[in-house]
Write a protein that binds this ligand. Sequence first.
Ligand SMILES: *Cc1c(COP(=O)(O)O)cnc(C)c1O
Length: 372
Amino acid sequence: MRIPLVDLSAQYQTIRDEVLPAIERVLEGMHLYLGPEQTAFEREFAQYCESRFGIGVANGTDALTVALRACGIGTGDDVITVSHTFIATAEAIALVGARPIFVDIDPATYTMDWRQLEAALTPRTRAIIPVHLYGHPADMAPILDFARAHQLRVIEDASQAHGALYNGQRVGGLGDIGCFSLYYSKNLGAYGEAGICVTDDERLADAMYALRDHGSRVRYHHDVLGANSRLDEIQAAILRIKLRHLDEWNEMRRAHAQHYATLLAKSGLVLPASSAWAAPVYHLFVVQVPERERLRAALEQAGIASGIHYPIPVHLQPACAYLGYARGSLPRTEMVAERVLSLPMYAELTSDAIDVVADQVTAALDVAAMSR
Ligand SMILES: *Cc1c(COP(=O)(O)O)cnc(C)c1O
């Protein structure tokens, strides 16, 4: 049995009969520019996040840049975020001309350690971007308190946490703006590129609606220079269908995580934590293992795919050398980067497949222990 890290075909087969007519509907209507599907998806997704406004954009990276720009953040400003994330979080900050300031993570949840914020503050700090990594919410209450005390914006990078709850509230709707990638392998993913921002603030929403469409509110009238970053109409139609299944898919992921946790309880691996405040959605199922490459190779031999999210922390990437972070500057981030391993996780994963993965993981760890 070959077990992939994600299987998008398996999901497509379950919704094919809904997806194909929706695509056809868009093509028959031929309203491809800021059309009815986009508007409907923006409304439905905002509602899902318990937010007032949804602003569709072309991808998750643009969601972050459009959000930062709507907050007036640019050259000369500092934005605090984490280094243990996908590069796009920091890239967006740099793209608007601001400087990313990295803080270390809480190694249990892999998310921003709010205790580090005070030391990271500079006179130029304007915003904080926590990342709800792997589907687990960051501890938002102290982050929001800190931001309020220092008049900072909070932009959530919720690209891996569609539907996750923080103290019963949907992530994305907790800060000033929530940003979501709708990249195809995310918990809610298009069949191409897409992203969305949500907010309760009408002025921020208005700014983002303009920014994503060349700074225009009325066609060919441009108040500011914006971007070409609209949500594609066909993708919006597909996303509307997928949104109706999201809760059910997230429930399936939770059940898989539970199953893995039961089978791997005695393995010695560090398993994903679920904090008291969190209802995570397991975008990825990430364990920590000291001899990662050995385990990866053994799984590969057995036909089981695994991933590393992410092998090099953002602050140590060559692209970020100009920021001047030395190795050792974020010890917990650097430690987990050497140990994290993502096991197969997607809603359609079968119980049998999880049994096979857990067996192979256990066997590989036993061999490693014996050869020591
Ligand atoms: C996927 C992702 C992004 C970027 O989204 P794109 O749609 O690929 O531009 C940003 N942040 C995080 C945490 C992500 O996982």
